[in-house]
Ligand binder design. Sequence first.
Ligand code: NAD
Length: 233
Amino acid sequence: MDSLKNLLQQKNCKDVVVLTGAGISAESGIKTFRDSNGLWEDHAIEDIASPEGFYKDPEMVHRFYNLRRAQLQDVYPNPAHTALSDLEKIVDNFTLITQNVDDLHERGGSQNVLHMHGELKKIFCLKTGKVDYFEGDVMSEEFSFVRPDIVWFGEAIKYSTEIQKAFENCDLYLCIGTSNNVYPAAGFVQAAKMKNALCIELNLEATALSHQYDLNFYGPATEIVTQFVDLFR
Ligand code: NAD
């Protein structure tokens, strides 16, 4: 990490974009897809993360997200989440994009989080088209007219304008704890490269797109993200 500190100083990186995935929350106790062999808490992805799955069985889908929402009460931000909230305060421009639907970045102190795949604590009313903050369980009498405000397969991501803007002056792109299997997030490294940003992957292990990054650091997020952010202090 010493030579990296020199490189960061030479490049004088000030405009930072970070993408996080399920891996950053793994050590807080929230399972990733990979932990569960491509299943999400024992469910096939298409059953609980597609509009077709929802219309086929809204009750099962709501019960699944009720459990995910309830789980948030038993998990806490880990040092990787808090390190990123520190980094937000240190650099000039900072954008945190997350694929995660949990609220651990916010609870770790991050101010501005772009939840590109939605949030467990938001609900979408199919009658009014309104999105509301939501805690607790969706009750059976509501199953047919509300849905979790989660981006499912085949649906457009949220905050695409803000995300595009974030890359305009990006000089450092960090990709943390994501398998890089899901587009468009997996393509962000290309957007960063077009701006000549330094692109760094931080993950437990190599991913399918590791070769596209300038540097890769492997290890648990609580260790490597905190070590990385310490380089800026
Ligand atoms: P993924 O499950 O496909 O991949 C997880 C990645 O995290 C892997 O590359 C793995 O090597 C890495 N990882 C695991 N433990 C780690 C650790 N301790 N430190 C660092 N890296 C670690 O997850 P994804 O790429 O985020 O894509 C999955 C999709 O599933 C997202 O769209 C997301 O919305 C959804 N999801 C969200 C959550 C959550 O909100 N916490 C959890 C599961 C799935």
